[in-house]
Design a protein. Structure first.
Length: 137
């Protein structure tokens, strides 16, 4: 099941959440021309870096910005020196250290894991466990 991103809807969510009157205002915030944004909308393609930039500027959930589902805003950022308690056996990772490509794939994986396709979910878990064991060797 391949996820299809509808960029015209992503742009509309950008307009709505940023309370922009028009797409030109969205383009200004993104540091691109209105024509470039219009082209992205027409071609239904947009650089991931632009979506990530908007998400970071407004503290938006990337999942929501892309799909329109889930929480709109990211959880409150931690204050200096504040930490989340990690669950036993979990791995801590600074998400800011991920590249744009890694963020996109992480978002896609999370969406799949949150889905309801049990056979796919079980296959993915098996594959990830196998890869983890192989990497540890």
């Amino acid at each position: 099941m391949k996820m299809r991103i509808v960029y015209s809807e992503v742009i509309e969510r950008m307009r709505w959440v940023g309370k922009h009157k028009n797409n030109s205002s969205v383009a200004r915030v993104l540091g691109i021309t209105p024509q470039a944004l219009s082209n992205y909308k027409k071609k239904d393609k947009m650089p991931v870096s632009i979506v990530l930039k908007y998400s970071k500027l407004y503290g938006l959930s990337l999942d929501w910005l892309i799909t329109g589902k889930g929480e709109i805003f990211n959880a409150r950022p931690l204050a200096a020196g504040e930490t989340h308690e990690a669950a036993p056996g979990s791995v801590r990772m600074d998400l800011n250290s991920l590249s744009t490509e890694e963020m996109v794939y992480t978002t896609k994986l999370l969406r799949l894991f949150r889905g309801s396709d049990r056979p796919l979910l079980n296959s993915m878990k098996y594959l990830l466990n196998s890869l983890s064991k192989r990497e540890a060797e």
